[in-house]
Write a protein that binds this ligand. Structure first.
Ligand code: SF4
Length: 429
């Protein structure tokens, strides 16, 4: 069995330690936190045994002995830099339960990751409606730039029954992702539809994206009654209530705040995450020629303000980034855009089935990349997802360590890509 040192002793390591033991003989753990040095895995609560935590400098002393380093950090970039400075050339890094080789010199990781990633649908992403109660100017549905032909309709029961029938045989499905270009809670039958999907398929988790305006007491009661593991992502823009309402046309920050804080209080088992949208954040304050590090600093400030207004929630600020959709804003000009310095870490073509409110099956549901590959009323959902030529090309490119052109512009998946943009915006939008 391959011998290994695990770098990073945080919660993530604790969660994956038993799985690592199935594949590796762990000789030591290492961490930058000197308080942990000299402690055993027993003392850290990872399990029985006397494996020790050693300082990172000791990693080097052991490497000649055929030992690999497994990195289990979320923020790998800094750690990779540290290991590179220590003279380490190759490691393994763990992401999504997949341990892939990472060449520190070249940054080559994703090809190996994708070669090991099974093609197995775990998530169903579904849009229950084409209506929305807000009119955010950067949204595909309302943008003057995109002129996207979004049909204003709720999902019909005929389509939902067909989706349920076809999905009932796919036992790998775990999570129902309720999102799309409309506001899911605006469908008057969202609850009955979600209930059917949960009760008649193998899905047991819900991941709801909402603008929070309809996350009222009645809907919170309904969500609780579904008795699922639940993540609710509430999209909040900007660095203040005023900025939020500036970008999210029609939203009331005070109502969203009241709704979310009520939901947090009553849905104890539920993770509520805030999604902050970089594409609307950047120009408002930073203006012309904003650089990525300025954007990151700006995101940091947003986290503080949300933590203050939503004291009992899990505030997780998502770096959505800047993408050409940015150019959808009247008065905005993309001057420079560089998104192909690194590869995507998107796993959607491997794990997620996406369906819109008309029953169209899509490769993914992201602005720049969405393509219709079939319709549930006309074809076999699973077979289309598995064997459609676009799905096959996406997976093949990712396995080669590259990606299709359409993915290079995709902002959705947080990863190691660098985004550089310069933009102007007319604040009177
Ligand atoms: S466009 Fe984005 S979300 Fe869609 S498959 Fe490509 S990387 Fe994944």
């Amino acid at each position: 069995m391959q011998r290994a040192i695990v770098f990073g002793c945080g919660k993530m390591c604790k969660d994956v330690y038993p799985k690592l033991l199935e594949e590796y003989s762990i000789v030591a753990l290492s961490d930058n936190n000197d308080v942990l040095w000299g402690k055993t895995i027993n003392e850290l609560g990872f399990g029985e045994g006397g494996v020790l935590v050693v300082p990172p400098t000791e990693i080097i002393a052991n490497l000649g002995d055929g030992i690999v380093i497994i990195c289990v950090f979320e923020g790998k970039k800094e750690i990779f830099k540290q290991l590179k400075n220590m003279g380490v050339k190759r490691i393994s890094a763990l992401i999504d339960g997949v341990c892939a080789d990472y060449d520190i010199e070249t940054g080559d990781f994703w090809g190996d990751y994708y070669r090991q990633l099974p093609v197995l649908p775990e998530q169903l992403e579904i849009a229950l409606t084409g209506y929305c109660n807000l009119k955010c100017p950067y949204c595909l549905a309302h943008s003057e730039f995109y002129k996207y032909p979004l049909k204003k309709k709720h999902m019909s029961w005929e389509i939902l029954h067909e989706i349920t029938r076809q999905l009932s045989t796919i036992s790998s499905l775990e999570t129902l992702v309720l999102c799309g270009l409309g506001e899911p809670l605006l469908n008057p039958e969202w609850f009955e539809m979600a209930k059917q999907l949960i009760y008649e398929t193998s899905m047991k988790n819900i991941d709801l994206s909402t603008n929070g305006m309809l996350l009222n007491e009645e809907n919170v009661e309904k969500l609780i009654s579904l008795n699922c593991e639940m993540t609710i992502k509430v999209s909040i823009d900007g660095n203040s209530p005023q900025e939020h309402e500036f970008w999210r046309k029609g939203s009331s920050y005070s109502l969203v705040k009241k709704n979310v804080n009520h939901a947090i209080k009553n849905m104890k088992s539920c993770t509520i995450r805030f999604v902050l949208r970089g594409l609307s954040l950047v120009p408002y304050e930073l203006g012309i020629q904003s650089k990525w590090h300025e954007v990151e600093e700006y995101f940091g400030k947003c986290g503080e303000y949300l933590r203050y207004d939503f004291p009992h929630s899990n505030v997780s600020v998502t770096h959505v980034g800047i993408e050409p959709a940015f150019g959808a804003l009247p008065g905005t000009v993309i001057k420079r855009f560089n998104a192909d310095t690194q590869n995507t870490n998107c796993n959607l073509p491997f794990k997620r089935i996406s369906i819109n409110h008309l029953g169209d099956i899509m490769n993914c549901n992201i602005y720049s990349g969405r393509k219709i590959i079939g319709n549930v009323m006309l074809c076999d959902l699973y077979d289309t997802w598995l064997n459609n030529s676009l799905m096959i090309s996406l997976r093949e490119e990712f396995r080669k360590g590259s990606s299709l052109e359409m993915c290079k512009l995709c902002h959705m998946i947080p990863g190691e890509r660098e985004w550089l943009a310069e933009a102007e915006v007319n604040k009177s939008v």
